[in-house]
Design a binder for this molecule. Structure first.
Ligand SMILES: [Fe+2]
Length: 434
């Protein structure tokens, strides 16, 4: 049965609504296991109901129109869970192919319902670009992948560009370079990425530039097999001349052994997975947490010694509320001193810092092992497997566990709806209970 032609939100429109803390609810009809791994999150909690498509669907007979069946079954199955008709509800599924029927059913019940175009797959592959610096001397673009919390950067000066931590959709960067008439002269990864598939090698090949990586991070940590692709050694002090500015590599291990932090024009620090806005990087992904925690401790101390005005630009974020009013994920060293919990723990000394880290480590996602094998060229995957490996938000920061605990304590959907001003006493609830 063909999908009804109903209004949609593109991933970009969804991002705008999330950024503006718009009031809407989500009806997510994916399987519960998929939903538990990954859901849409905004600056404020979004009232979200998860009921699978087939649990929601109750056909009277084979010929019944899907939207009509949903219009009949939604009031029965969801009872008090949805807001009052007339209010916005976004229907979400894996690829945006089944949720239009749900959205149409909601519309027939009087809801201002939309379908998420392309579903969670399209949301996961959506990118946003924000300008960090735009002067004749230097441009810095922050390219975020909001659903995953990944950040990459395009640095440009004098017609030359460098791309740092590119995601696998390399057309994002080649398009930006073409729009701005830039020649990409260097591509680098700050470290061997575990949470997402790097586009570094492919992008470098596509534009005829060198790919740079610290040699320690070219080795798969479990079996010590080396990377299968050519790359140039990125080491402490490696300095790039990019147009009118210099980019100097600071090697500060801890998250990985080869963790590099590009310092741009002595003013901007690309902090990789060592230092985020509200959290710090986890030192356990190489399976050597005890040995690497002291490295991370020393590295963070060195980052704190940078001038107060140094602007920190991380490689990840955990929550949208970490963005500033312009939607950029950035903060000065001075601001992070007080804001960042991991940095505050440094003053307690190494023993207390180690205990804090060990108590805050999130689980180690199994997919991270395969992702690192792909990122060292030891494993090839097709697009379907690549998407599967990248499902969900990154888990590179320490604070995730705390965030997960908080999520577990969240009130029921109904009480969250009330918190956001929705009425939970819907007409059908009154009808059913009355
Ligand atoms: Fe990482």
């Amino acid at each position: 049965m063909s999908a009804p032609n109903i209004p949609v939100w593109s991933p970009a429109e969804l991002h705008r609504h999330l950024s503006e803390s718009s009031r809407f609810a989500i009806l997510d009809v994916r399987n519960q296991s998929e939903f538990n791994v990954w859901k849409i999150e905004g600056k404020v909690p979004i009232p979200t109901i998860n009921l699978t498509y087939f649990d929601l669907l109750d056909l009277e007979d084979e010929d019944e129109e899907l939207a009509a069946a949903f219009a009949r079954s939604i009031p029965i199955r969801l009872k008090d869970e949805l807001p009052l008709p007339g209010q916005p509800v976004l229907a979400v599924c894996a690829k945006g192919e089944t949720s239009p029927h749900v959205a149409e059913g909601l519309r027939r019940l009087g809801y201002e319902a939309y379908n998420l175009a392309g579903g969670m797959a399209a949301w996961g592959d959506h990118y946003e670009v924000r300008v960090i610096e735009e002067t004749p001397r230097l441009s810095i673009l922050q390219i975020s992948r909001p659903a995953r919390g990944c950040l990459s950067y395009l640095l440009a000066s004098g017609g030359e560009a460098m791309v740092v931590d590119p995601a696998r959709h390399i057309e994002t960067y080649t398009s930006l370079a073409a729009e701005r008439k830039l020649r990409i002269t260097a591509v680098l990864d700050t470290h061997l990425q575990a949470d997402h598939l790097s586009g570094g090698v492919a992008l470098a090949q596509a534009v005829g530039a060198d790919y740079w990586l610290h040699p320690y991070d070219s080795i798969y940590p479990d079996d010590l097999l080396p990377a299968t692709f050519p790359f140039r050694y990125l080491e402490d002090g490696t300095t790039f001349k990019l147009g009118k500015v210099r980019v100097r590599a600071l090697h500060l291990p801890g998250h990985t052994l080869g963790m590099i932090h590009p310092l741009v024009d002595n003013r901007f620090l690309l902090s990789g997975d060592t230092l985020f806005i509200d959290s710090i990087g986890r030192p356990d992904l190489g399976g050597k947490a005890k040995a690497w925690i002291p490295l991370l401790f020393d590295s963070l101390q060195q980052l704190l010694a940078l001038p107060d005005s140094t602007m920190v630009l991380p490689a990840h974020f955990s929550h949208m509320h970490e963005a500033d009013a312009q939607g950029c994920y950035r903060a000065t060293v001075s601001a992070l001193r007080t804001r960042n919990e991991g940095l505050r723990m440094l003053s307690q000394g190494l023993t207390a810092f180690s205990a804090y880290i060990e108590a805050s480590l999130p689980e180690h996602p199994q997919s991270y092992d395969d992702i690192r094998r792909v990122n060292t060229g030891l494993l090839q995957v097709d697009e379907a497997k690549a998407s599967e490996l990248e499902l969900g938000r990154n888990r590179c920061a320490l604070s995730q566990r705390e965030a997960e605990k908080q999520a577990g304590k969240e009130a029921s959907v109904s009480s969250r709806l009330q918190t956001l001003g929705y009425s939970v006493q819907t007409p059908w609830q009154r009808f059913i209970s009355g």
